[in-house]
Structures are given as C-alpha cells and as structure tokens.
Write a protein that binds this ligand. Structure first.
Ligand code: NAD
Length: 409
C-alpha cells in the first residue's frame, strides 16, 4: 500500500505493517455499521487523562474525515473513582459501559491508592469491570515494527519479524478463584491463599477464541500451562486439545510449560504465532511478549465477551513516574481505538486509517521518550504533539483500502 503525507516536507510511502487483529467470532461481533456510536471513555489515572486527550484529538479528525460520529462520554474507574465515589468501578460507570456501543479505557492505578484495602484498590475496579461485562478473552498483539527494531532490548535478528498474539483468559483462574484470603493457623501464623480454578466450559470458550484467532493467522497455536505440576493445568490441556482437534482441523496445536514459554519468548520468539493461556500466565507472558516490541507504550489490546461491548485499552499501566509531564506515549491508546473501530464499530477502513497514520508518524521520525533511542536521529516529542501529528496524518493521508488489508489476526 502506498500513502503520501501531504502535510509538509515529507513525501513518504509505507507498507502498513501495523494491522491489529481481526478477531471477533461472529457470535461476539457487536452489530452493524452505524452513523453515530455511543462510546464510553474511561481516562482513569496517572497518564490516562493525557493519552485520552491525545486520542480524542485523533478520533475527532477521524470522524470529520470519514463522516461519522462518536459520542464520547466519560465515566469513572480506578483511583479517581475511589476518590470521587468511594468505589473503583461505580454502578453508574458499569451501566454506562453496558449501554454503549464500545468502551475505550486508558489506564488505572497509582501510588496514592497502593495501601488501600483490596476493595478500594484501582485494580479491583478493573477486575470488576471485566467480570461484570463478561470480558473473558483478552487479545494482545505483539508485533515488531521495522521502525522500532532498535527499541527492543533484544538483538535485531531475534525480534525482526516477530508477530505474536497472546490470547489470555480474563475472568477465571487464581484472580477470581474462591476461597481466598489471609487467615491465621492454629500456631498463630498468618496464611495467605488463592485458588487456581478453571471449569471445563471456561477453558472450552477461550480455546475456541484462540482456535479462531490462530486459524486466521499462521495456523499455529501454542497452549501454555503447568500441567506437570498443576491439576487445573491438566484439565486445561485436555480441554484445549479436544476443542482444537475436533473443531479447528486447520490449526496445529502444541503445548508448552509456562516456564519454558517464558524462556522461549526471549530466546526465539519467531517460533510463536498464537499463544493461549490462563489468566495469570497470560498476564505475565503478554507483558513479556510486549517487551519484544520495545515499549509498553505501543501495545493495544482488546477484551471481548460473547456479546455486549468490548473494552479496548493499552497494555500499559498508569505510569505514575511520568504522569502529568507530557512524556507519555499515546500510540497504544490510539491503536486500541483502532481495534475498537474494527471489532465493535464495524469500521475496518477507519481502523486501518488510524494504524497507517501511527506508522507514518514513526516514519516521520518523531518519538516519545519511551521509544527514542540515543542515536536514532529522531525528534523527541511529547504526548500532546504525538497526538496532533497522528491527527494531522489522519486528515491528510490517502484513504487505505480495506481490500488490501492484511488479514492478520
Ligand atoms: P506501568 O505500565 O504503568 O509502567 C511501567 C513502565 O513503563 C514505567 O517506567 C512507565 O513510565 C512506562 N510506561 C508505561 N506506559 C507508558 C506510556 N504510554 N508511555 C511511556 N512510558 C510508559 O506499570 P507499573 O509501573 O507496574 O504500574 C503503575 C500503576 O499502573 C500501578 O498502580 C499498576 O497497578 C497500574 N497498572 C494498571 C494497568 C491497567 O490500567 N490496565 C496495567 C498495569 C498496571
């Protein structure tokens, strides 16, 4: 695909390599293309409001250019919701999310709430949102862009061409399992415990998502568990094998223990196409996979359920160390908005336009601090400027054609 920046000195062409996944099974797709969509925006904490503002500027330009409307209505989640409503995910936020066509979340958390009791922690709001909205599948693409090859701490030859999708189960496992708590035993010693638990149906549905994703990508699915030690992993392995063998004949399934997978992701990540795992293993491995790309600031994600709106959010946290300094990278949130357009709003062309604009901003040699290399000769810019540059590109570059889009889940 060729696109021309018509804004200034640069005349660039680029091959769009940043195509976010195309997965949503037909049962999970949210409906027809519309002229106007209701979208709940959850700016959250830390850098959240800054990256949200940058994303809004981009979406505004996108709507103008593509002649449709997004009614962006903010709601509270995380620390700010604790401060204002004494609840990390108040009912009014949940109701608003459920009534929306889609939800775009920035990030939550911060030092201020770190010592709060569990029910008043920002993360509790996130877990509540996932559970209440039935968001059982999290898709995290980790694709190494040629423009950012040197942003990775790994050697070029290891990361060049890496394109991994981690499909993480999101509503089960040790994060939600009961019983859990901290008790005192007969000797007066405190005991902390959580329960790692999966039902057959929970494994079955995430295996189907992963099978679908893998069949639309390279056809290779690696299921990650700890079946040599954990009973719950033995069931996981049995159910995944049965689902894939029976219903996804075009997918080649392999199994890997989580400790080995953690090593293999660093040793030779190109061996992976699609990885499926439970909640806690996926939490850790998807962050590890994201480091192949170089910065958390570049990584979008989609959380989807069987029906209802999905939640689209960057993989990173609230980065309290740089909050309020205009240093945050807004690209992960902009790319999350692209995933939202594709999955929930049936606007693949607009999604591609955003993704292409992000790549072309990188081609224009501008970088936020997290992706800037010492000797890359790129201009260091802030969050706001990055948003403006992407917005200008959205306004001016040639409209990509979806027919040419790579079907890369
Ligand atoms: P983090 O992702 O916030 O930050 C890790 C490092 O990456 C920091 O150095 C940060 O400056 C940098 N970073 C992250 N996003 C960036 C961006 N967009 N641009 C530039 N640099 C970026 O992880 P953490 O420090 O472990 O957690 C901070 C807070 O975020 C904690 O309260 C944690 O619970 C919360 N958290 C929230 C989410 C979420 O909202 N989904 C996810 C992870 C962590």
């Amino acid at each position: 695909m060729k696109f021309v920046i018509a804004t200034g000195l640069l005349l660039l062409s680029c091959t769009s390599g940043f195509v976010t996944p195309h997965y949503k099974s037909s049962s999970a797709l949210n409906g027809a293309k519309k002229d106007t969509y209701e979208v709940t925006l959850l700016p959250g904490d830390g850098i959240g409001p800054e990256i949200t503002e940058a994303t809004k500027v981009v979406l505004e330009k996108l709507c103008e250019r593509c002649d449709f409307s997004l009614n962006l209505k903010e709601a509270l989640i995380g620390g700010i919701a604790i401060d204002e409503k004494n609840d990390p995910f108040p009912k009014e936020s949940l109701d608003q999310c459920l009534a929306s066509d889609s939800v775009l979340l920035a990030c939550i958390g911060g030092y201020k709430w770190d010592t709060n009791p569990r029910e008043l922690r920002p993360e509790t709001g996130l877990l509540k949102m996932r559970k209440e909205m039935g968001l059982f599948a999290n898709l995290r693409p980790a694709k190494v862009l040629p423009q950012l090859l040197d942003a990775s701490t790994l050697k070029r030859e290891v990361v060049e061409g890496v394109d991994v999708m981690v499909v993480r189960e999101l509503t089960g496992d040790v994060y939600f399992g009961e019983p859990k708590g901290i008790d005192t035993d007969a000797d007066g010693q405190r005991i902390g415990y959580n329960n790692m638990i999966y039902s057959e149906s929970e494994i079955d549905r995430i295996a189907r998502v992963a099978g679908d994703v893998a069949s639309k990508r390279g056809g290779k699915l690696c299921s990650v568990d700890k079946a040599n030690v954990l009973d719950v992993s033995q069931l996981w392995r049995e159910v995944v094998t049965s689902v894939i063998d029976k219903d996804f004949p075009d997918v080649t399934l392999s199994h890997m223990y989580v400790d080995n997978c953690a090593m293999q992701l660093i040793r030779w990540p190109k061996q992976f196409d699609t990885i499926v795992c439970g909640n806690i293993f996926g939490d850790i491995l998807s962050d590890e996979a994201s480091m192949l790309v170089g910065s958390l600031g570049m990584l979008p994600s989609a959380s989807i359920g069987e029906d209802g709106p999905g939640v689209f959010e960057p993989c990173h946290g609230s980065a309290p160390d740089i909050a309020g300094e205009d240093k945050a990278n807004p690209l992960a949130m902009i790319l999350s908005a692209a995933m939202m357009l594709r999955y929930d709003l049936s606007r693949p062309q607009e999604a591609l336009l955003l993704e292409t604009a992000v790549e072309m901003a990188l081609d224009a040699n501008v970088r936020t601090a997290d992706i800037k290399q010492d000797n890359d000769k790129c201009k260091l810019i802030g969050c706001k400027e990055m948003g403006t540059i992407v917005a200008d590109l959205v306004e001016t570059i040639d409209m990509p054609s979806v027919e040419e889009e790579k079907i890369a889940v």
